[in-house]
Write a protein that binds this ligand. Structure first.
Ligand code: NAD
Length: 259
């Protein structure tokens, strides 16, 4: 079992619950990465306060939307590349490495869980990954730099040799969820004894159903978020505050490794 260093009050309860659990599964959202400098969607200053999302349907229907989507992807990828995993990513990687956490289900596309050291077989990326692209028809993989060069050269959105549109490998709004990833997520949720939600508004479905499945299957539900979520009423413990400050009290040995 991992060595926990509980602080006081409700943080102490969080430390106790993490210590008592044997099969933790974490469910993370954009809020886990804001302290790494990546804006979330819904907070003040978040991405949605600045621009409308480009839905899958818009991407398929309009060349202008495709080119705009690519430009946004290139810009965001620079932000992701410059960001470093923070204490929360490190704490989850530590729990996985110790065998205390069975897996991490994330809605994030920024790649920070993997960069914190979580192996691919312990990581479920429900909304895909922004660091590469693929053909929407045959699923062949393409690298973003290749795509950037092709767009600059040709002035049009890239197509695969099979004729399909190429798009960054994230799941856009309106696009079907990856079935295998959803099944892996539900399996982890059904088998865990503590579901730890970090930094998600829990408003995006079907991803937000994962913590509900865990609770229904008998797991304890713990939510760490800046604000209340629709699942707060179901939670065994819900702490409102900054994730980094909360976890620094539980994992002080991971707190002084900021870059
Ligand atoms: P969201 O923006 O809907 O919710 C984020 C939640 O985290 C909010 O409730 C906010 O109050 C909270 N939060 C933000 N910073 C926090 C902090 N430091 N400490 C505690 N709480 C904090 O995000 P979501 O629930 O993940 O859903 C939105 C979608 O956004 C997801 O589908 C995801 O794919 C996508 N997204 C991902 C990234 C990323 O990969 N980093 C960034 C933006 C959006």
């Amino acid at each position: 079992m991992a060595a926990f260093h509980p602080g006081n009050g409700t943080i102490e309860r969080l430390g106790r619950m993490l210590g008592e659990a044997e099969r933790i599964v974490a469910f993370t959202g954009a809020g886990i990465s804001t302290e790494s400098g990546i804006p979330d969607f819904r907070s003040p200053g978040g991405i949605w306060t600045r621009m409308e999302p480009i839905t899958f349907q818009k991407f398929m229907a309009s060349e202008e939307a495709r080119l705009e989507d690519w430009q946004r992807r290139f810009t965001m990828n620079e932000v992701y590349g410059e960001a470093e995993p923070n204490i929360a990513h490190r704490a989850l990687a530590h729990l996985v490495a110790e065998g205390h956490a069975q897996g991490i289900v994330t809605q994030n596309i920024d790649g920070l869980h993997a960069r914190a050291g979580v192996p691919a077989d312990k990581l479920v990326e429900l909304h895909g990954n922004a660091t590469y692209a693929h053909c929407l028809s045959c699923r062949q993989r393409f690298e973003l730099e290749e795509m950037r060069a092709a767009i600059t050269r040709e002035g049009s959105s890239p197509r695969c040799a099979c004729g399909g549109f190429v798009k960054s490998a994230i799941v856009s709004f309106g696009e079907a969820m990856p079935e295998a990833e959803m099944l892996r997520a539900y399996r982890l949720a059904e088998e865990c004894d503590l579901m730890l939600v970090l930094g998600s508004s829990l408003l995006v479905e079907p991803a937000a159903s994962v913590p509900r499945v865990a609770k229904r299957a008998g797991a304890r539900l713990v939510i760490l978020n800046r604000e209340a979520t629709p699942l707060h009423g179901l939670a065994d413990l819900a702490l409102e505050g900054e994730i980094g400050a909360m976890l620094a009290q539980i994992f002080p040995h991971l707190a002084d490794q900021e870059h």
